[in-house]
Design a protein around this ligand. Structure first.
Ligand code: GAR
Length: 202
């Protein structure tokens, strides 16, 4: 069974959606570690409540490479095969990215490459797009960047504020992450150029 390592910084609703998918038999994997860079993240408390291996590795005031080396060691110790960023709001070091080649996923609340970074839903509203959504992608050394595994669009309505749009996108995030992880774990897809496509039979 694939062993997932979840990195988060806050609420943890994407982590919980993944945990629920596993519990419901929709995703054949197990959560081997949940790591938060913030001690007060609700996501890490939720992980403890569920009896999962949960760790706080504080990032504040530390060099990125040093903090990330500690996370790499912890993920290796827990035998993690696939790292899933779930609201992990800190850029990863090149060392971290290179430690798990094609084995780190992120979810972002926009249709990338539009609106990377913070407050993607606010950016989408300010720009005036009529469709928004979410993206599950492999992580490279740039922020919210890397080969796209799966996207889900949602409409933007005239009366939307940031809260309404964020909720609509979040509902799709919770479906998309499980589907994206399953796609990666299936072994049926590969990276071809910038695209993530089904392997052809040999
Ligand atoms: C989610 O909307 C996720 O897509 C976003 O943070 C939120 C975390 O919520 N991530 C990013 O913006 C990454 N750049 P959660 O803690 O409830 O999963």
């Amino acid at each position: 069974k694939a062993r997932l390592g979840i990195l988060l910084s806050g609420r943890g609703s994407n982590f919980l959606a993944i945990a629920d998918s596993i519990a419901a038999g929709r995703l054949d994997a197990e959560i081997a570690a949940v790591i938060s860079n913030k001690a007060d993240a609700p996501g890490v408390a939720a992980a403890q409540e569920r009896g999962l291996a949960a760790f706080v590795i504080e990032a504040k005031g530390r060099k990125r490479a040093e903090h990330d080396a500690e996370m790499i060691a912890k993920l290796r110790e827990q035998g993690v095969d696939l790292v899933c960023l779930a609201g992990y709001m800190r850029l990863l070091s090149p060392e971290f990215v290179q430690a798990f080649p094609e084995r780190i996923l992120n979810i972002h609340p926009s249709l990338l490459p539009a609106f990377p970074g913070l407050d993607a839903q606010r950016q989408a509203l300010d720009y005036g797009v009529q469709f928004a959504g979410c993206t599950v992608h492999f992580v490279d050394e740039q922020l919210d960047h890397g080969v796209i595994v799966l996207q889900k669009p949602v409409p933007v309505f005239e009366e939307d504020d940031e809260h309404a749009l964020s909720l609509r996108i979040l509902a799709q995030e919770h479906l998309a992450y499980t589907e994206g992880i399953a796609r990666v774990l299936s072994g049926e897809y590969h990276v071809a150029g910038r695209r993530y496509v089904k392997k052809r039979p040999a």
